[in-house]
Ligand binder design. Structure first.
Ligand code: SF4
Length: 359
């Protein structure tokens, strides 16, 4: 058995196991004992939790809380609404679509870490939404839709599948002539970097007409270790670019210092910041949500001008009608026929010629 499989087998998902890593508070114990919810993580990710601090950013992403019972702002039946599952064209359960040329292909509902803020929590964490993860049905649907050029393989965590299963999915997708790129959405480089084994590297590597990209999710600098760095390097040696899709989480990464450190540290382990997602209104995660403007403020105050532009993610709200960018809007402060007035991150303004469109 490989190390990553041992980690899965020894998943930290009981109170008894949890006590090996942290001093569990009464509130945490009550939530775990009384709530019907899937929770748990790898021993590796559990080992990154602070033993005594219940506000530890990793602990908060891993452990259920009674706050999940409160739902003032969440949307019921959120995933069906968000992924347009009950309207428009008939698709297999495994295919979610918001755009013409790309789809999300859900191949499993199993994860290593059951993130408390997950926008797919009805499917993955609460498990009251049942979908059929029929991979062959999804592959056939994609093959029948020549307008689809880009497939995001998602879950759950798709890298929880065996090497053989992953190889099968990639091979079948690459046989579809209209497919131009494959993306994986996986938290493995963060929650179980041991999964990036030589065997997986063999499956993923090699030059091919259809490239593979991987986007992970890292929300706090504490989640990045030497093992993360090695896993990402291994992915890159087989031609896979790795990006990050952070989620803006109240009390975890919504302060300037943490936010800047997170994005700088990602670059230091070769992960390119890609998106910052507003925490979506899935039910029971109100306590993670900030005001919408917060993400743009953080990019303005922590990143833009304060560190390399490569550290800057695109801040978006992922809605049922697609992603809507919400970047800081302080750049153009005035405009007339002759010129623009532009403002930089320090609030200093400059003039720039306004070039009319050719008639
Ligand atoms: S790994 Fe992804 S799908 Fe799984 S619980 Fe976390 S956010 Fe949700």
């Amino acid at each position: 058995m490989e190390k990553w499989q041992q980690q899965l087998q020894q998943s930290v998902n009981t109170l008894e196991r949890l006590r090996e890593y942290i001093n569990v508070t009464e509130a945490e114990e009550e939530a775990i004992a009384t709530m019907k919810t899937t929770w748990g993580t790898s021993p590796y990710f559990a080992s990154l939790m602070d033993r005594d601090d219940p506000a530890c950013p990793i602990r908060r992403q891993v452990l259920p809380t009674l706050q999940e019972k409160i739902n003032r702002y969440g949307i019921d039946d959120y995933l069906n609404w968000k992924e347009n599952r009950k309207i428009g064209e008939v698709r297999p359960d495994s295919i979610a679509r918001q755009y013409e040329d790309r789809v999300a292909f859900t191949v499993t509902d199993v994860c290593v870490n059951y993130c408390r803020h997950c926008f797919r929590k009805e499917l993955v964490v609460d498990r009251d939404l049942k979908l059929r993860m029929d991979v062959d049905e999804g592959l056939a649907w994609i093959a029948d839709h020549p307008e689809v050029r880009d497939v995001l393989i998602t879950g759950g965590d798709p890298l929880i599948l065996s090497d053989d299963r992953i190889e099968y999915i990639i091979r079948k997708l690459r046989e579809i002539p209209h497919l131009q790129m494959i993306r994986f959405g996986s938290r493995m480089p963060i929650v179980l970097p041991h999964r990036i084994t030589d065997g997986l590297v063999k499956v993923l590597s090699g030059y091919h007409r259809v490239p593979i990209w991987l986007n992970t999710q890292c929300n706090h600098p504490k989640e990045i270790t030497e093992l993360t760095a090695e896993a990402v390097y291994k992915l890159q040696t087989c031609g896979i670019s790795t990006g990050n899709q952070a989620v803006l989480l109240k009390g975890i990464n919504d302060d300037v210092e943490t936010f800047r450190q997170l994005h700088q540290k990602l670059l230091s382990v070769r992960i390119r910041p890609y998106y910052l997602f507003y925490c979506e209104p899935a039910p029971g995660i109100d306590h993670f949500r900030t005001p919408v403007e917060k993400g743009a403020e953080l990019i303005r105050d922590a990143i833009r001008g304060h560190t390399t532009g490569m550290a800057q993610p695109m801040y978006v709200i992922a809605t049922n009608i697609g992603k809507i960018p919400l970047m800081p809007d302080y750049y153009i402060v005035d405009k007339n026929e002759k010129e623009y007035t532009l403002k930089n991150y320090k609030g200093i303004t400059t003039k720039w010629p306004n070039i009319p469109e050719e008639e």
